[in-house]
Design a protein around this ligand. Structure first.
Ligand SMILES: N[C@@H](CCC(=O)N[C@@H](CS)C(=O)NCC(=O)O)C(=O)O
Length: 310
């Protein structure tokens, strides 16, 4: 079998990775699957992602896409059909799902922890110190359970209402990014033995058919790949050309070629260093020259990230 062009760095338990795995299913793609640890150290991913510490990361040769809001548009460009954005402009779908995920992420974790109980101590410490900056142990989350449940149930009742006319997917007959971004939050809460209790809490019975249809998109055709093979794929590739531009000079005080850092503004706020290639309306691209793998372009969405000079 030939080496797939699309490589996903992920772990099974990651809901944001599940969103991307379902995109690969929706588009019926071949892809290389590199399993990463559920928490750092990730010494074989760092040369590619430059310290960006969230999962998933998508790699296409020497182009590295950080955050699902960079990954989905990249996969759409690479394999336009079937589209991830049926019935909704791509920018609208990305904007809506960005807001949804950001608003509900901690509440969704609160519900998950309520039913799942405590995760291992080292995992909880990592998430508190270096990812969420919040203690997600059962004891710490439980006082907020009722508030979290009300917030999430308000959203699932919208979801049920949106699907109540019998449509197959949120924007009509075809599945898209909006379905996946709603689904992956439910996927986390309903995992393991939790599905029945979560379905009752959030009133999900009327939308179980939709849940099954989204799950049925599958994951495309993954092929297990070593992290070393992914590094080799980057080493032999050149980043795809991007026209140098700063389309927002009043907001980002840096010119193409300047040393910059790019940092998430919510969780895992680790700065990634590189030279600015482009700030465009929807994406930030920086170049890194890594001693192990050579030139790379790292792609980030604008939403949720800040660029600073130096
Ligand atoms: N906005 C990001 C969120 C990604 C995210 O928070 N992923 C979780 C896993 S589902 C994560 O990185 N957890 C910490 C880790 O794995 O290091 C995206 O859309 O990709």
């Amino acid at each position: 079998m030939s080496t797939p062009q699309i490589i996903l760095h992920h772990y099974a338990f990651s809901p944001y990775a599940e969103k991307v795995r379902l995109v690969l299913g929706l588009k019926g793609l071949d892809w290389g699957s590199v399993d990463v640890a559920m928490m750092p150290p990730r010494p074989l991913l760092d040369p590619l992602a430059g310290g960006y510490r969230r999962i998933p990361v998508l790699q296409v040769g020497a182009d590295i896409y950080c955050d699902t809001h960079a990954i989905l548009p990249a996969l759409e460009r690479l394999a336009p059909e079937p589209s991830l954005y049926p019935g909704l402009a791509p920018a609208l779908a990305e904007g809506l799902t960005y807001g949804l995920e950001r608003d509900l992420w901690l509440a969704v974790i609160g519900i998950t922890v309520h039913f799942a109980g405590d995760l291992p101590e080292a995992f909880l410490r990592d998430r508190k110190d270096d990812y969420l900056y919040v203690d997600i142990s059962h004891a710490a989350m439980e006082p907020d359970f009722a508030r979290n449940a009300q917030r999430v149930a308000a959203w699932t009742s919208w979801l049920a209402e949106a699907l109540s006319d019998g449509r197959r997917f949120l924007a009509g007959d075809r599945a898209g990014a909006v379905d996946l971004a709603h689904y992956h939050l439910l996927w986390l809460m309903r995992g393991g033995e939790r599905a029945g209790a979560v379905d009752r809490l959030l009133g999900l019975e009327p939308i179980l058919g939709w849940i099954e249809r989204v799950a049925g998109l599958g994951h495309g055709r993954p092929q297990a790949m070593s992290a070393e093979a992914a590094l080799d794929a980057a080493r032999v590739a050149e980043p795809a050309p991007v026209a140098p531009v700063n389309a927002a000079p009043d907001l980002v005080a840096a010119a193409p070629g300047d040393a910059v850092t790019v940092k998430p503004d919510d969780f895992a706020r680790v700065p990634v260093e590189g030279r600015l290639v482009a700030v465009e309306p929807g994406r930030i691209v920086i170049r890194r020259d890594d001693p192990q793998v050579g030139a790379l372009h790292l792609h980030f969405p604008r939403a949720g990230f800040t660029v600073a000079k130096g």
